[in-house]
Design a protein. Structure first.
Length: 224
């Protein structure tokens, strides 16, 4: 059997396999969610996400519109930041930031006796209030974002809530999703324990590819 080494061919074959296996499992994805769910499965090889990813009404469409207008992205890890497609962001005029290693954020967290994730979200809400927030690691970041939504006029373009782990992970996602539904903030969350920075980046990229009209991997610059 021939070995496939071209990145675009690998992706196209992977997506075909994913579509086939979803059909075998009797899973039909809503058309508006399909690209995001398949991108996450492609990243993780985990078909559970076909059932655990939840979307507030119109979340994908609203996020794609925001990104098309140059909306930025805030992540809670440099790993997620590194995984976000820079060619797509460049085409759209957006950028991606992570404030977790910011010295002022670290100092403020120490002084307040809280996590850097909490202070990073407070800082980001001031400097990038309309950004897409992609959270793949810190449940405390989700809880802080939910609090900011309830107690201030903070209304980001989208919150991606996909932390991974065992402590406060399930609860934080449920609280975030409930808060976003109540206040009309677009949200995509991976309910349960699974998630991670790679999942956060995958969701971002699915949205970016749609916004930049780069769904076809042949049209992307793989060297960038």
């Amino acid at each position: 059997m021939a070995v496939i080494i071209k990145p675009s061919d690998i992706e196209q074959n992977s997506m075909s396999i994913i579509a086939s296996e979803l059909e075998e499992r009797g899973i039909t994805l809503p058309p508006e969610h399909e690209a995001v769910v398949k991108r996450v499965i492609h990243t993780t090889a985990d078909f559970d996400y076909a059932e655990t990813l939840r979307f507030t009404e119109g979340a994908v469409e609203k996020a794609v519109t925001a990104l098309s207008g140059g909306c930025g992205i805030v992540t809670d890890t440099n790993m997620a930041k590194a995984g976000v497609s820079k060619p797509a962001l460049k085409k759209l005029g957006g950028d991606v930031a992570c404030f977790m290693a910011d010295p002022d954020v670290a100092a403020a967290a120490k002084k307040a006796g809280t996590t850097r994730a909490v202070m990073a979200m407070r800082h980001a809400s001031k400097v990038a209030p309309k950004a897409v927030y992609a959270i793949g690691n810190a449940p405390t970041a989700l809880l802080q974002l939910a609090e900011l939504i309830r107690e201030t006029d903070f209304r980001p373009a989208l919150i991606i809530g996909v932390p991974v782990g065992f402590v406060n992970v399930v609860e934080s996602k449920e609280e975030l999703f409930r808060t976003c539904e109540e206040y009309g903030v677009p949200c995509i969350a991976a309910m349960g324990r699974k998630g991670g920075s790679n999942v956060a980046a995958a969701v971002c990229n699915a949205l970016l590819y749609a916004a930049a009209d780069l769904q076809n991997p042949e049209e992307r610059n793989w060297k960038t």
